[in-house]
Design a binder for this molecule. Structure first.
Ligand SMILES: Nc1ncnc2c1ncn2[C@@H]1O[C@H](COP(=O)(O)OP(=O)(O)O)[C@@H](O)[C@H]1O
Ligand SMILES: [Mg+2]
Length: 142
């Protein structure tokens, strides 16, 4: 499904609706370049899970954890380019748990994403504050 948003708030609102329908164990894989809105979307997920605010992409920590109705693990794979790097992030330890994994720069770990991954691609629209958000692998409404 495809959505157009016209502000960061609209992107967050979409993400909050997704958060309300999460059961735990989902992997949410973002694609889209720098400044696309991946962190903005993740912020909406965290708010929707009652896990508070997401400060920024966890570029240096690689993963930040947010506790809410479900635990959200927020990964930034920008600097991950080997399997060894990926193992060291703990990504595989979190798979098949009841945590929700939100993965920025999932392009870099494409081959490691499990079956059932929810793919979210965010592209700039034709105004400064417009984004085209394509969601694949989501079952149900948003
Ligand atoms: N419709 C929109 N949805 C999301 N972010 C938007 C939108 N319009 C403008 N923005 C701005 O784009 C930027 C997105 O930044 P961020 O979420 O950190 O991107 P990324 O994590 O993909 O690099 C923010 O400054 C945000 O305010
Ligand atoms: Mg980011």
């Amino acid at each position: 499904m495809r959505f157009i948003t016209d502000s960061p708030g609209e992107t967050q609102a979409l993400a909050r609706r997704m958060a309300e329908r999460l059961n735990g164990g989902e992997v949410i894989a973002f694609t889209g370049g720098m400044g696309a809105g991946k962190t903005a979307f993740t912020r909406g997920l965290a708010i929707g899970l009652g896990a508070g605010d997401v400060a920024s992409s966890p570029t240096f920590a690689i993963v930040n954890e947010y506790e809410g109705r479900l635990t959200l693990e927020h990964f930034d794979m920008y600097r991950i380019d080997t399997w060894e790097d990926l193992y060291s992030t703990g990504f595989f330890d979190y798979l098949d748990t009841d945590r929700v994994l939100a993965v920025e720069w999932s392009e870099n770990i494409e081959g490691a994403l499990p079956e059932g991954t929810i793919y979210i691609d965010i592209r700039p629209g034709d105004t400064e504050t417009r984004r085209e958000i394509t969601v694949r692998g989501w079952k149900g409404e948003l």
